[in-house]
Design a protein around this ligand. Structure first.
Ligand SMILES: Nc1ncnc2c1ncn2[C@@H]1O[C@H](COP(=O)(O)OP(=O)(O)OP(=O)(O)O)[C@@H](O)[C@H]1O
Ligand SMILES: [Zn+2]
Length: 829
């Protein structure tokens, strides 16, 4: 099996889809071994010898609603091409995952009534066939659904209809808070809340009348034997309570019944009807009320999570102060400010848009984005971000982004979308609930039939116990707890300047056993300086610098910047070289005055000189390496012009962070670098790194990651997200540092640390573990409550109202427990 077709499958991004594709393909080719998946990239590889044609694969995949596209007929050349293109590209690597709504050809709908994972599943079922499942993505927090590639109105109508079939209402998304739709949504929520409260009051009224007439014991479930009804007035109150409570439940229940997919709405309606059937008015009314309360609670908790994300967005002002053509200053809405507009930011004001400083100097507090409150000094040319707070100096900026696309707007959008990338525990809970509910329903049926038939129990009594079991079958607390905890965890992280791009990535840091770190810019500050100039072959220092700077003039490498700074510092006139080519991981070559010149690593020197040795040079290089510096060799044609020793300071927090990571149980911390062995090892010793891999070419970094993954399983790769993109993509979890100014880093990484500060790394691991702990507590607690009531029921000791009250109580507790994660970071610094 060495020849593969590789398909890019739109919509393939998690194990669920892998299963779907396997279901359709395995019967066609007979052997699962002939398929391999990389959900992270959306790749599906099919063995060429599996006896199936390309068309057949595409066709089969399309039946799942996803779209497969053949991208290459040979995985090996493709792998290499990918590594090459990423390592040699100087600027933007291809983002590993495209976030759907960023695509210009996508249309976004606001979906009214979409508040939980269930509804997303229904929408996928109804809308998926209309537009292709792969084109759909959901943002539960903001109630948004985006569809790729629908520009025509006919299609829109079809989508709106499909959403209606799913029992919800869609409208085109409009930015801005007060669209008619949002108001309608608010109105619906208010009505729902009012009906729920009304229902509660009516239950209490009915209860009071009922107790006065029949006594407390009779009301609370003692009256089964007697064929008495509550007083007429109490019956009226109970009926009204039930009607207002089921106003929003009944339509969903009917939908579920029609589709033969029993869900908790249907369950509740059946329980209420059953209780009425045996004359248990009080119980029927309490069940209806408490269930409405549980739904209101779910909507409220999601609303709170929504507001927490919206609060992030609110930190950017609505207006910007610009100077118009006549030179008059005026405030305009940020949405109307074009890119390239000059904006005035007063002292103490919030920066309205991303931009570059063109006048003034100030200290900017970036805490709203990075979570770090130490101000950053900005002057002419510095980049500033919407939502950050200007210090004491007035500055003027030229905007570089429209309001809808600022760094902050992207963060908010990504946190919103992160939610729809389901975490493993979330998927587990959903699968569990799908099995749990029907099983308990069957158990209820057994409880109803078995004791009266076989043991001579009373029909009415056991029918009642069966209803109790039906109520227990409702997985409310269980289903609500995980998404709420995850949204809270994502939001809490975002508030600390840690952008986690999916529920799935929020659980991973807790589980990693090894971390690979890039050296330059990650363990070191990434701002190398020229420490020493060693001219050789009769040249002087300035000649050496002039040649090196000429070659480096166009390079973006940190070493190039160091050399150019040194040249500028000594007043060297830099004439950029011609025909400059970067050799990733090795150096740079070009021509100066018609002669070839180069700058590069000792390894590259070896390549140039072939077998020839130069003892003086070797000695100098050794001396530089022992001092922990990086030796760069400058040459012209076949002769060496000199050496430049470059030093990059280790981050002050690096040592402590590595120690903390060890304490957290990360067994292996590995440094990957293109630099020479000696300086790399010096830094490794300084920081307490376990293992140093030096002199790696970019593609060797990828191989090193693959080896680590094979050895340790889940490995995180920490880098800058730009040069390290290929290695990050191969690791289980790509973490980019200092991402605030780099969109490429934000796009490629699974987790982006906005600040340029390593200490967020142990924080992230602790946060991830705290999130997992909360989720486990919640799952354990909800299941325990259910077990207790199931036991009580089998003993004939439970009551309907007790079961439902416990359910609602449990829901409330798990929601509150999950919400703790939003504010968690503020205490742990
Ligand atoms: N523009 C350049 N100028 C001079 N030397 C270079 C240049 N680019 C690469 N090199 C040489 O190649 C080596 C490896 O470069 P590479 O960019 O792979 O790693 P690095 O940035 O030094 O370290 P890290 O891998 O930790 O980021 C450098 O140490 C240097 O010796
Ligand atoms: Zn419930």
């Amino acid at each position: 099996m060495d020849r593969w077709w590789r398909f890019k499958v739109r919509g393939l991004d998690c194990q669920n889809e892998v299963r779907l594709i396997k279901e359709v393909l395995v019967p066609l080719i007979g052997d699962e071994q002939r398929l391999s998946f990389q959900p992270k990239h959306g790749f599906l590889d099919v063995d060429v010898d599996s006896g199936i044609g390309v068309e057949a694969v595409i066709e089969a995949v399309s039946t799942t609603g996803m779209i497969a596209e053949l991208i290459t007929a040979d995985a090996f050349t493709e792998d290499k091409a990918e590594a090459d293109s990423c390592s040699s590209c100087s600027g933007e690597p291809v983002p590993a995952q495209q976030t759907l709504p960023d695509r210009p050809d996508s249309v976004i709908f606001k979906i009214h009534g979409m508040d939980c994972g269930d509804e997303v599943a229904v929408l996928k079922r109804e809308v998926g066939p209309v537009v292709g499942l792969g084109n759909l993505s959901f943002d539960l927090i903001n109630g948004r659904m985006s569809v790729v590639g629908t520009s025509d109105a006919v299609h829109h109508a079809g989508i709106l209809k499909a959403v209606e079939r799913a029992g919800m209402r869609a409208e085109l998304w409009k930015d801005g808070k007060n669209s008619a739709g949002a108001q309608g949504e608010q109105r619906r929520r208010r009505i729902q809340a009012a009906l729920t409260i009304g229902s509660g009051v009516l239950v209490a009224t009915g209860f009071a009348i009922h107790v006065r007439a029949s006594g407390l014991a009779a009301v609370l479930h003692e009256s089964l034997a007697r064929e008495t009804h509550p007083p007429l007035l109490a019956m009226l109150a109970y009926s009204l309570a039930i009607l207002s409570a089921v106003r929003y439940v009944a339509p969903k229940a009917i939908l579920a019944a029609r589709r033969l997919r029993p869900d908790m709405n249907l369950l509740m309606i059946v329980a209420v009807a059953g209780a009425l059937g045996i004359g248990q008015w009080f119980e029927a009314a309490t069940v209806a009320f408490f269930f409405a309360l549980a739904l209101a609670l779910e909507a409220w908790s999601l609303g709170r999570a929504r507001r927490a994300v919206a609060a992030l967005m609110d930190i950017a002002p609505d207006t910007a102060r610009i100077r118009d053509a006549a030179g008059v200053e005026k405030d305009v809405p940020v949405a109307d400010v074009a890119v390239g507009t000059q904006v005035i930011v007063p002292p103490g004001g919030k920066i309205p848009l991303d931009g570059r400083v063109v006048a003034g100097t100030s200290a900017v507090d970036q805490a709203p984005i990075t979570g770090e409150s130490v101000p950053v000094t900005v002057t002419h040319g510095a980049t500033v971000f919407a939502g950050t707070i200007n210090g004491m100096g007035a500055i003027e900026i030229v905007t570089t982004r429209p309001a809808s696309d600022t760094t902050l707007a992207r963060i908010v959008r990504m946190v919103g979308e992160a939610q729809s990338k389901r975490a493993p525990t979330e998927q587990w809970v959903e699968r569990f609930a799908r099995i749990y509910t029907p099983v308990v329903m069957l158990l209820a049926l057994a409880v109803f039939l078995v004791p009266p038939l076989l043991l001579g129990g009373s029909w009415a009594a056991w029918f009642y116990q069966a209803l109790v079991l039906l109520v227990i079958a409702c997985p409310c607390a269980l289903v609500i707890s995980t998404p709420v905890s995850i949204v809270a965890g994502l939001t809490g992280a975002a508030k600390q300047g840690v952008l986690v791009k999916g529920g799935i990535h929020l659980e991973m840091p807790a589980r990693i056993t090894a971390i690979a770190m890039d050296k330059t810019g990650t363990l070191t500050l990434g701002r190398p300086k020229v420490v020493e100039l060693v001219p050789l072959g009769g040249r002087d220092e300035l000649e050496l610098l002039a040649i090196a700077a000429a070659i480096e003039a166009r390079s973006e490498h940190p070493i190039a910047r160091a050399i150019l700074d040194a040249a500028a510092g000594r007043g060297v006139d830099v004439v950029p070289a011609k025909a400059v080519t970067a050799l990733p991981g090795k150096g740079v070559v070009g021509t100066i005055g018609g002669r070839e010149a180069w700058v590069g690593s000792p390894g590259y020197l070896g390549e140039r000189l072939g077998g020839a040795r130069d003892d003086a040079l070797t000695l100098q290089l050794h001396r530089i390496a022992v001092a922990g510096l990086t030796g760069i060799i400058v040459g012209e044609a076949a002769s060496v012009v000199g050496l430049i020793a470059v030093g990059d300071a280790v981050r002050p927090e690096a040592r402590q962070v590595v120690a903390q990571l060890h304490e957290l149980g990360i067994a292996q911390i590995v440094m990957l670098t293109g630099d020479s062995r000696a300086p790399a090892q010096a830094i490794g010793r300084d920081t307490g790194i376990d293992e140093v891999h030096a002199e790696l070419l970019p593609e060797q970094k990828v191989e090193a990651i693959e080896r680590l993954v094979a050895q340790h399983g889940l490995v995180a790769m920490v880098g800058d997200g730009v040069n390290d993109a290929p290695a990050m993509a191969r690791s289980g979890l790509g973490i980019a540092m200092g991402a605030i100014g780099s969109d490429a880093a934000i796009e490629t990484a699974d987790i982006a640390l906005m600040q340029d500060d390593l200490s967020r790394l142990p924080w992230l691991i602790r946060h991830s573990r705290a999130t997992l702990a909360v989720i486990r507590q919640n799952i354990g607690f909800s299941l325990a409550i259910k077990l207790v009531f199931a036991g009580l029921t089998l003993l004939g000791m439970a009551s309907l109202w007790g079961a439902i009250a416990a359910d609602v109580g449990a829901s409330l507790l798990v929601v509150l427990n999950g919400m703790r994660l939003v504010g968690r970071g503020e205490r742990v610094q």
